[in-house]
Design a protein around this ligand. Structure first.
Ligand SMILES: [Ca+2]
Ligand SMILES: [Ca+2]
Ligand SMILES: [Ca+2]
Length: 455
């Protein structure tokens, strides 16, 4: 009873393990894992903003994705965003904003909240919800990188999760609603632009009160964000001529703070490892429990190399043919059939090419079944060698019949000659048989069975 129970437990465990590994493989996604992330950014005053949807298929060779923002969509010269760039590497996310506003100074304005109008925070949304939905359900991530802006986070710069966003545009002498910003742009004859998003977008609120979100209200600190120098940007393949902003703000953070290399949010990067520990590798454990094995290491599987057999067989078949042709040349065809002999030789040569050089056989492996192989080839080889042998005998016998027939044999010279011809006949017949037998011995070494094992 106990034994049966143990084996049942073992079976269940095996089933569970394989179910888990199948799931992990379905989820796993190697290479870029940020496809579809929506990233947006606005100044505190919401005088310009930009929206990006990361399209992994458009990452360039350095992992960069660029979104241009219109150059006639700002309110106030300094508040112009030129564009945003995103970079995904194996373990980092980089974000670049090109604008005309100094990050350190912001824009001095005694009437603005905090005496200054600064940068907003950068929001990242991978929830699939629209901005307000994500904010209301604390599903947003955000980067707080301007220590002097009006986010309650102050100088605690970094990457945050579970973020709720807040709009303080009006208090910063700008806009509390997107519709008000658009009207202001239209009034001065400009053209609204939101980067990857059309002005008709429903992703971001349009005319709800206090919905021109640009700042983190509350959030959970995840980890640090670092500033990237111009030299580092250039070294990372960033296209420095893409945007014409006066200032470039470049940030980087550890990708695993949000998502692991397998594409699992909050994952530890192990769900897509194959049995050899390679992320998204294709090695699997075979029936014998060997990672990356071909299932032949258990159950008495043996791989045999038949190269030498095939090579020797080739040599012997050529020898059999050479012997036949020498007979033909020397003694004539008589009533024998040289065409038949030639055809046999040709079919032997071509059938040799079909013999597999490596053959695996497994004696006790339940995952393997025996398959018949080479049966046609062996038939051709033995039949053809037999034909060459028969045709050789035919020539020898034809010749000896003629050579030994002569009734008028006089003198010691003649008897001697007859005797030596008889000896020659016997020798030739023996040789023909010998060669045929050698070929047949090798043909019998050609494998007739190989094992097919389930992967
Ligand atoms: Ca814009
Ligand atoms: Ca702009
Ligand atoms: Ca301010």
């Amino acid at each position: 009873m106990m034994k049966a129970l143990q084996s049942l437990v073992a079976t269940v465990l095996i089933v569970l393990t394989s179910a888990i590994s199948v799931n992990a493989q379905e989820q796993s996604q190697c290479g870029p894992v940020t496809n579809g992330w929506v990233i947006n950014y606005a100044f505190e005053c919401f005088n310009d903003s930009v929206f990006m949807t990361v399209d992994s298929s458009k990452l360039d060779q350095f992992g960069w994705y660029y979104t241009d923002d219109g150059l006639d969509d700002e309110i106030g010269d300094a508040f112009n965003i030129h564009g945003m760039a995103f970079r995904e590497t194996d373990d980092e996310i980089w974000l670049v904003i090109s604008t005309d506003l100094s990050l350190l100074a912001g824009s001095y304005d005694p009437d603005a909240l905090g005496g200054r109008v600064g940068y907003g925070d950068i929001f990242i949304n991978l929830s699939g919800l629209d901005f307000l939905g994500a904010s209301n359900s604390s599903a947003l991530y955000a980067l707080h990188f301007d220590p002097f802006n009006d986010s309650p986070l102050g100088d605690t710069l970094g990457l945050y999760s579970a973020v709720n966003a807040v709009a303080k545009g009006g208090a910063n002498r700008g806009f509390d609603r997107r519709v008000d910003y658009e009207l202001a742009v239209a009034n001065r004859g400009g053209t609204v632009d939101y980067g990857d998003f059309p002005p008709s977008m429903t992703y971001f609120p349009y005319d709800l009160p206090n919905s021109a979100f640009a700042l983190i209200d509350t959030g959970t600190y995840l980890g640090p964000v670092s500033f990237v120098s111009t030299a580092e940007l250039a070294a990372a393949g960033y296209d420095t001529s893409r945007f014409g902003g006066v200032y470039t703000v470049a940030l980087r953070f550890d990708k695993s703070l949000i998502i692991d290399r397998c594409g699992v949010v909050g994952g530890d990067g192990t769900s897509c490892l194959d049995c050899a520990g390679v992320p998204c590798g294709d090695a699997v454990v075979d029936e014998c429990g060997v990672c990356g094995g071909d299932g032949t290491s258990c159950g008495g599987c043996v791989e045999t190399d038949y190269t030498a057999v095939v090579e020797t067989l080739t040599t012997r078949i050529k020898e059999q043919r050479r012997f036949y042709r020498r007979l033909l040349r020397k003694y004539g065809k008589g009533n024998c059939k040289p065409k038949k002999a030639n055809k046999s030789y040709r079919s032997m040569v071509s059938s040799l090419e079909t013999i597999p050089l490596q053959v695996t056989t497994c004696s006790e492996n339940p995952f393997c079944t025996d398959q018949n192989i080479n049966s046609e080839t062996v038939n051709i080889l033995s039949g053809s060698s037999d034909t060459l042998y028969t045709q050789s005998r035919c020539i020898i016998k034809n010749w000896s019949k003629r050579a030994l027939k002569s009734g008028s044999c006089n003198g010691p010279g003649c008897k001697k000659r007859v005797k030596s011809r008889r000896r020659l006949k016997k020798k030739l017949l023996t040789r023909a048989l010998e060669i045929h037998e050698t070929v047949m011995e090798l043909v019998n070494q050609v494998p007739l069975v190989e094992s097919q094992c389930e992967e």
